[in-house]
Structures are given as structure tokens and as C-alpha cells.
Ligand binder design. Sequence first.
Ligand SMILES: [Cu+2]
Length: 257
Amino acid sequence: MFEFIDKFMPGLLEMLLPRASSYAVQIDVLFDVITILVGFWFFLVLGYFFYLIFRYRHRDGHKAEYISGETHKQKQAIEIPHYLILACDVAIIIPTFLVWYNIKIEVPPPDEEIRIISQQWAWTFQHAGADGVLDTPDDIRSVNELHVKNNTQYTYHLESRDVMHSFSVPVFRLKQDAIPGRVISGHFKPILTGEWDIQCAEMCGVAHGIMGARIFIKSEAEYAAWIEANTPETAQKELLAVNEETISEAKEDPNNG
Ligand SMILES: [Cu+2]
């Protein structure tokens, strides 16, 4: 339904940032509906306000008028817009409930899980690793880098080590507070490959402003290659190989010792 309504919407947020999650379109439609309805009344009321000030101003031979708003006609000038604005409220509340239900209540079963740990002032991401299961020895941990596979349904578990933070991925239209002592779960499904910003959206201390990270949305092949290169066992082997090389180079170096 939201995809259909989107065809008639200006896509205000999409002009600034692409949509990279399956539910981004719903948030964008809601944003457009609110912006258009509120914007319409904002400009109408301001325009009418200045028109009245000008129309009934003090002029030579003409006193400034004081209108108490007591006659039936004057009351109607308040009542009619009042009911129209209430109708706009309903037009906002109905899609709001739908979006809330679709995103927050109806959680699709995950293909993969991910743990997100916030702290002053960095993000730690625990990826499920090659077996696709979280909390196993092949998990891959990274700081300020979240790597996900395109077209995969994720459930995230968000934690905080110290104060309140907020996990914000603008390109997903996702923002979720992290609260110390609680594990908050949510979901997303990337639909667009690329690299974008993650930011902390809750004032969390002096370095809050630089508590950023990057999200890398990869194709299946790219993600497999990243898993291969970063699986703890492989990474350790590579490190050992580099160490051995350094040692043998050091031995061959005649200047050494
Ligand atoms: Cu923070």
C-alpha cells in the first residue's frame, strides 16, 4: 500500500538520502504526509494572519478594528478550520499506527542476527560469522564498522555499556535508543548495496558528535569474501604468516644482530 501511495508523494527525504531498507518507504511516505499537511496549514494560517493585519489596520479616518469573535459568522471562521485540522490529524494518525505496527510489532523471522554494543564513544558490532549463528566461536567483531548482506532479514540486539545512546542509520530510516541494562531488539532488511553513515543520535557525552560508524551493505559474494577474510581462524593464520615472514626477514638481514 505504501509503495502505491509513494507514487503520488514528492519523496522529500529521498532527495537527500536513498532508501536502503525494506521499510524506509513507509517512513518516507509518513514524513511526506505530515510535511504536506502541516505545511499547508502553516502557510495558509500565516498568509491569512498577515492579510487580516493588513486589511483591518488603522488608516486615516478608519479606526483599527477590535473583533471579539462572538458572532456566529466569526465563530465559524474558527470552527470550520478546526474540524478540517482534526480531519488532518486523523489522516496522520491512521498511517502512523500502520507504520508502527508494520515496523515495531510485526517482526519478521530473521535470516541472521547481529549484536550492537554502544559505549562512550564507539560502536562494537558482533557479526554471526561463517555459520550464520550468533554467539559462536567464529563470530566476527568489529569497531565502528557494520557489515551486512543485501536482501537479508536481520534482527539486531542493541545494548549499552554505560549511558543512553541511540543507534541511527539514516539510510535505513532507523533510529533506536540503547539503554544500559536492557537488550533492545529490532529488525531491518537492506535492499541497496553501498557504504553509508551510522551515527549516535542521543547526547551521550563530550565526544557524542564524533560517535559515528559506517555501514557496508554488500552483495552475497562480497559478504562471503569479507567473512572469509575476517573469520577469527583465517585472520589468525594470516597474522601468523605475516609474523613468520617478519621473523625470517629479520634473520636474513645481515645488519640485524
Ligand atoms: Cu552515543
